[in-house]
Design a protein around this ligand. Structure first.
Ligand code: NAD
Ligand code: MG
Length: 395
């Protein structure tokens, strides 16, 4: 029996996690679930999975949460605030933590689980993008097992030799990591019409159903850029070891190429319950509720290289990855700000990459090594990006 904390239970990954968990009551017990604005859903989840603790991140939702807990007869203790998020991630009773808060907000609770040596199911890619070296160092020190949940990284993990993690790519006969991406909804849209892309158009992914921020990141391919950086940290890779391949069908979730010419791919329907079930049960395999692939029904697989003119954010991310930790932290922060403003209708689709690039250009090169410096760089980049948006778009 594994005892689990689900950080970000009310999100797309959180809901899929509870779905898999509830299919296997003999294997998993829920210790804590956390959420933020969606307190009604959070309390209904608490009724179903009976955790010991329910945490609302922001104090402003606490009174509502307590009121709903009484209404739904939730027996769990209701907590709130940043410290409570960290506490339920590192509590002694917890075996595994699903890190599924979106964005930089997930950094500290995810690190709390890593430092406590938990099995960490890592969906929150932004945490790793921000804190890379520190995160991996903390995992090495505490003995935390990091299981990638992002479908591409989970696929790569499955295609690597057993016990590879943090190994050496070339010593293991690996010549390349092939990071696949669908290309998003605008793969074929004429470039001239990009400036008129609406929020609704960018919020519809052809293959995956996901949270709002990652859906926009998929449309700009910043998501692939963040994943590029994530792959470097998770697999000890350099930028030259990773190739992004557009595969519009999202059936192959990524591949590993070996020096003998073999390419090992992991395939499946685009349903996050597969990597989630893999991470939860690892090294065992458990049923996830995912429909099996029907090869008779599959028309064709296609592949193409990414075009940076179409996806400038991908290029920015690869360059930031080569530059170092300060650049990736800043890019992530600027992007969170730009995407939020795009979703609020303040800036256009193409402006997201422009704000990101200008933020990086405006900030002087520094090197960061401590968590405090990382948090500082994140905050400064948010201010710079916000000032750029206010200056340009008068919002
Ligand atoms: P989502 O927007 O659906 O859910 C986000 C969760 O984070 C919610 O539970 C929300 O309450 C919580 N949250 C938001 N702001 C918070 C704050 N300030 N403090 C504490 N909690 C907060 O997002 P999602 O699609 O489930 O993605 C979650 C993470 O997983 C992201 O980092 C994303 O990149 C990654 N991921 C998602 C998918 C997917 O298919 N959805 C795939 C791969 C990776
Ligand atoms: Mg992914």
């Amino acid at each position: 029996m594994q005892t689990i904390t689900v950080l970000g239970a009310t999100g797309s990954i959180g809901c899929s996690t509870l779905d898999v968990v509830q299919r296997h009551p003999e294997r998993f017990r829920v210790f804590a679930i956390t959420g933020n604005a969606q307190v009604d859903l959070l309390m209904r989840q608490a009724c179903q999975c009976a955790p010991r603790y329910v945490v609302v991140a922001d104090e402003q939702y606490y009174a509502k949460a307590v009121e709903l807990a009484a209404k739904y007869q939730v027996t769990a203790e209701i907590l709130c605030g940043a410290k409570a998020l960290e506490d339920v991630a590192c509590a002694g009773e917890v075996d595994a933590v699903m890190a599924a808060i979106v964005g930089a907000a997930g950094l500290l609770p995810t690190l709390s689980a890593v430092k406590a040596g938990k099995k960490v199911l890592l969906a929150n890619k932004e945490a790793l993008v921000m804190s890379g070296a520190l995160f991996i160092e903390a995992a090495n020190q505490s003995g935390a097992d990091i299981l990638p949940i992002d479908s591409e990284h989970n696929a790569i993990f499955q295609c690597l030799p057993d016990n590879f993690q943090y190994g050496n790519l070339s010593q293991s006969g690996i010549s390349r990591i092939l990071l696949t991406g669908s290309g998003g909804p605008f793969r074929e849209r004429p470039l001239e019409s990009f400036s008129s892309i609406t929020v609704d158009e960018a919020s519809t992914h052809p293959n995956w159903s996901m949270g709002r921020k990652i859906t926009i990141d998929s449309a700009t391919m910043m998501n692939k850029g963040l994943e590029f950086i994530e792959a470097c940290w998770l697999f000890g890779a350099k930028a030259k070891d990773i190739e992004v391949v557009i595969h519009p069908q999202s059936i192959i979730h990524s591949m590993v190429q070996y020096v003998d010419g073999s390419v090992i791919a992991q395939m499946g329907n685009p349903d996050m319950r597969t990597p989630i079930a893999y991470g939860l049960a690892h090294p065992a395999r458990i049923e996830a509720g995912v429909a099996p692939l029907d090869f008779a029904d599959m028309a064709n697989f296609s592949f193409q290289p990414p075009c940076y003119e179409r996806y400038p954010n991908l290029k920015l991310a690869i360059e930031a990855c080569e530059e170092g930790q300060a650049a990736t932290t800043r890019l992530n922060a600027a992007n969170e700000v730009a995407v939020a403003h795009f979703l609020d209708g303040h800036i256009g689709f193409c402006d997201i990459a422009k704000v990101n690039e200008e933020t990086l250009n405006k900030m002087e090169q520094v090197s960061v090594s401590s968590l405090q410096q990382i948090v500082e760089q994140d905050a400064i980049a948010r201010d710079v990006a916000t000032a750029i948006i206010k200056g340009k778009f008068a919002c």
